[in-house]
Design a protein around this ligand. Structure first.
Ligand SMILES: Cc1cc2nc3c(=O)[nH]c(=O)nc-3n(C[C@H](O)[C@H](O)[C@H](O)COP(=O)(O)O)c2cc1C
Length: 290
């Protein structure tokens, strides 16, 4: 392992390492306004949601590493503590990147990057029409983590209004990741697209108390073929199967099971069950025949 001590490492290297490691990061496309009414639009991936009551998000227009100057977004927020945070989707990512160009203060990146400004309902900065989710926010607090180049400025915002495009919902009324098609920021010039085959589900262990990997039989825990993810799914089951469950399963399963089936095939078949989220069946198979 390589170990970095941020205090004894150059700021660009620490920054580069953090950006490559902490990701994918959501992107806040921040629309702000200065006291003269001049509009600014810039993307920020030091961004996340931090609470739902009150609805809170935080993003950070940092001090520039190269000359320790502050960004227009930060200066605007100090003048007018209001911001619209628009989400960034795949269809708008190139334009959003263009809006990150370091234009001088007063240049409107809605115009430069070709976005449509639409009025907000309760704050002064406009929303980005092309973004499917636009959050009107008031700035509650700013925490400056330092006064040197590269320091963060945590802009803590309360969301006052959330505007959502109807097209992003599934039939149950939830936001469908394939329809909203968000992008995330990685290190360097890398981004990722949060739709299609990249998206998968992991069952929330909220309603139930999983047995934990430690309770699985040793021959399962020590299998060279089962991965950490496989064991994680099995450990999320609430109970080990009883002797009766195993007996019934063996009876039903043996009709399709060759007498010479190898232990290896048992594990591979159980992995197929796990991939289909048939977790109980996978554990029954492993406990019956491994
Ligand atoms: C996708 C993306 C994410 C970015 N994230 C950040 C960030 O979290 N913090 C930051 O200070 N700059 C970030 N930048 C760079 C700013 O967008 C850039 O410095 C911009 O010119 C700032 O604009 P402003 O001075 O008009 O506020 C990011 C750029 C891109 C393209």
């Amino acid at each position: 392992m390589i170990t970095i001590d941020p205090k004894n490492t150059s700021v660009p290297e620490v920054h580069h390492t953090m950006l490559g490691s902490i990701g994918p990061r959501p992107i806040a496309f921040a629309s702000t306004i200065d006291k003269e009414g001049k509009i600014n639009l810039s993307p920020f991936s030091f961004f996340n949601a931090f609470g739902a009551n009150p609805a809170t998000l935080v993003f950070s227009p940092s001090r520039r590493g190269r000359d320790n100057t502050t960004k227009n977004t930060f200066d605007n927020i100090k003048e007018i503590p209001e911001v619209v945070i628009n989400v960034v989707t795949y269809s708008m990512v190139e334009q959003a990147s263009l809006a990150s160009t370091e234009y001088p203060k007063g240049v409107n990146e809605f115009i430069k990057a070709g976005f449509t400004a639409i009025p907000s309902e309760v704050i002064r900065p406009p929303r980005v029409k092309e973004s499917p989710v636009q959050m009107e926010c008031k700035v509650m607090n700013i925490i400056e983590t330092g006064n040197m180049g590269g320091a963060g400025n945590l802009v803590i915002c309360e969301i006052l209004k959330i505007h959502l495009n109807e097209d992003i919902f599934d039939s149950n009324g939830s936001i469908d990741p394939h329809k909203i098609d968000l992008v995330g920021r990685l290190g360097g010039d890398f981004y990722c697209r949060a739709s299609g085959e990249a998206v998968f589900t992991v069952e929330k262990p909220l309603q139930k108390l999983g047995i934990g990997i430690d309770q699985l039989p040793d021959k399962i825990k020590n299998s060279k073929l089962l991965t950490g993810n496989d064991l994680g799914k099995l450990g999320n089951l609430e109970n080990l199967p009883s002797a009766d469950d195993i007996k019934t399963f063996k009876k039903e399963f043996s009709e399709n099971l060759s007498a010479e089936i190898k232990k290896e095939n048992i594990v591979l078949t159980s992995k197929e069950f796990l991939a289909k989220n048939e977790v109980e069946r996978a554990l029954l198979l492993l406990m019956s025949y491994l």
